[in-house]
Design a protein around this ligand. Structure first.
Ligand SMILES: C[S@@+](CC[C@H](N)C(=O)[O-])C[C@H]1O[C@@H](n2cnc3c(N)ncnc32)[C@H](O)[C@@H]1O
Length: 255
């Protein structure tokens, strides 16, 4: 996709980090956001608007995790969702987002610096939690995707526990992601969680995943099988996705 801050290509390449694990480093994001005004990971809102609006009502209270400098919150606001809170780990992203939203008159949208692994909100206070590309960051140094490092597993479960905690009963977690269902299932289906899990895809040649997790809707069957029943043989498509640096792949696929 086209970055929309209009910088020359040579400068754009500066945002590519030395290694995939840099995406876990808050300094990487601060440096990047200091010089980048807009960037939309995966696809912009127009590509998944139909999916997201099926799960968010105008009166819903919505928390966006890792807003970065995306336009998703303003697009939701334009679609009538006004109870929006955005968080990001990067103080620079937060300051720039606040300034941008105020300059556009979107005063009601709250933006704050926070870690999605330790959310500063009370239990059961949001109808919807949404993230795009933020959970994927937790996987950048996961090693074998079939058998991620324990540190990755711990981090992802910690994040999901926080999401589950702040969601109201019957609340919905929407995860817009690069990570495929067979790698996400084991996390989403952890026995601690009471949500049902469904997913959809969007995109043209390359598909992204749109997961919908509904708290309190879990069925008995989904507690049973957490691992792939057999080691599925990898398709060519799968091999294309088995990469350490997911951003690099995404950038290639977006072109
Ligand atoms: C891949 S970018 C996605 C940005 C935006 N959601 C989008 O769709 O363009 C990941 C974002 O997550 C933020 N982030 C990374 N780790 C985080 C954490 N633990 N808590 C909150 N935000 C985090 C980064 O600062 C960055 O803005």
């Amino acid at each position: 996709m086209e970055p929309i801050n209009g910088e020359p290509e040579a400068q754009q390449s500066d945002v590519v980090p030395p290694s995939a694990s840099s995406y876990l480093d808050p300094n990487y994001w601060d440096k990047r956001f200091a010089r980048e005004d807009y960037y939309e990971w995966f696809k912009d809102y127009s590509h998944f608007r139909h999916l997201v609006l099926a799960h968010i009502q105008p009166r819903s209270s919505v928390l966006e995790l890792g807003c970065g400098n995306s336009q998703m919150c303003e697009e939701l606001y334009r679609d009538g969702v006004s109870k929006l809170t955005c968080i990001d780990l990067s103080p620079i992203a937060v300051e720039k987002m606040k300034t941008r939203l105020l300059s556009k008159g979107f005063k009601e949208i709250k933006v704050l610096e926070a870690d999605m692994l330790d959310l500063p909100f009370e239990d059961q206070c949001f109808d919807v939690v949404v993230e795009k590309g933020t959970m994927d960051v937790l996987f950048v140094d996961s090693g074998d995707p079939w058998n991620p490092h324990p540190v990755t597993t711990e981090r992802v479960i910690k994040m999901l526990k926080e999401v589950h905690r702040v969601l109201k009963h019957n609340g919905t977690f929407i995860s817009i992601a690069f990570g495929q269902p067979h790698f996400r299932r084991r996390f989403f289906n952890d026995p601690e969680f009471t949500w049902s899990v469904e997913w959809n895809t969007f995109g043209e040649t390359f598909h992204y995943f749109f997961y919908v997790l509904k708290k309190g809707n879990r069925t008995f069957e989904s507690y049973e099988v957490l691992e792939p029943s057999a080691n599925p043989s990898k398709s060519l498509f799968q091999e294309e996705l088995d990469v350490d640096d997911y951003l690099f792949r995404i950038n290639i696929d977006e072109m």
